[in-house]
Write a protein of this length. Structure first.
Length: 220
């Protein structure tokens, strides 16, 4: 009987270890240094608690300017904009859309996103990983709807209503990061080799030349 209890205990312990989650990095990379004045720690250095004020936890967000080629503007409230978020594992973005405005396919490498539609109607979706068959999950959201984009997956939001739209996104990191797919591939600095992209996309070189010459607007 004791042996059975031990086995059960070992099973419970090992299964809880298996389901453990990697600690989330808070930036794209973190090269180890012995310098004590380095700034790229996993998080930010903390302000002296005695000097912390209510203002450290407050930020005002105006409507974003949607006069850009995408017709959408993301206003981030990440740790860089609101220092009080440091170490709290959470952040927010306000997304404003003009009619037909698009928040183009992008991913947040460090955060799941939960989106609430304040105004308007949005066609939203995400694509699962290769291992899951790159399935597309979409919905048309109306005012009051909430939708989730799982961590790391490529997702988008398109205004399909007649007027403007506004949405608020909650993100499960103080520094979610944003990788816009088109920008990362066609506006990389320095550029990714044309031959490589031609092979990757299986198109003529002229198509890649054309794509690399476009102005890839950054709406974040
Ligand atoms: C940091 O210091 C430790 C101990 O002196 C040393 O072993 C390590 O190689 C150093 N790391 C770097 C990146 O210099
Ligand atoms: C919005 O952006 C456009 C294009 O950059 C600019 O011309 C315009 O002045 C901006 N509007 C406001 C209210 O800032």
């Amino acid at each position: 009987m004791k042996a059975v209890h031990l086995l059960v205990a070992i099973f419970v312990l090992s299964s809880s270890l298996v389901s453990a989650y990697d600690p989330s990095p808070l930036q794209d990379f973190c090269v180890a240094t012995n310098e004590t004045d380095g700034v790229f720690v996993n998080g930010k250095f903390c302000k002296d608690a005695k000097l912390v004020k209510a203002e450290d936890f407050l930020r005002h967000v105006e409507a974003g300017n949607t006069s850009n080629p995408l017709g959408a503007q993301v206003s981030q409230v990440f740790v860089d904009q609101l220092g009080g978020l440091n170490t709290l594992g959470i952040s927010l973005a306000r997304i404003d859309f003009a009619a037909k405005g698009l928040n183009p396919p992008h991913t947040h490498p460090r955060a799941t996103e939960i989106l609430f539609v304040v105004e308007g109607s949005l066609y939203v979706g995400f694509v699962s990983s290769n291992q899951d068959g790159n399935r597309l999950f979409t919905k048309v959201l109306k005012k009051g709807d909430v939708f989730v984009f799982p961590i790391g997956l490529i997702h988008f939001q398109l205004n399909v209503g007649y007027g403007n739209a506004v949405a608020i996104a909650g993100l499960s990191s103080q520094n979610p990061g944003t990788i816009t797919v088109a920008n990362a591939l066609f506006k990389a600095n320095p550029p990714i080799s044309t031959q490589l992209l031609t092979k990757a996309f299986q198109v003529d070189k002229s198509v890649i030349d054309y794509l690399q010459k476009q102005f890839w607007s950054d709406n974040n």
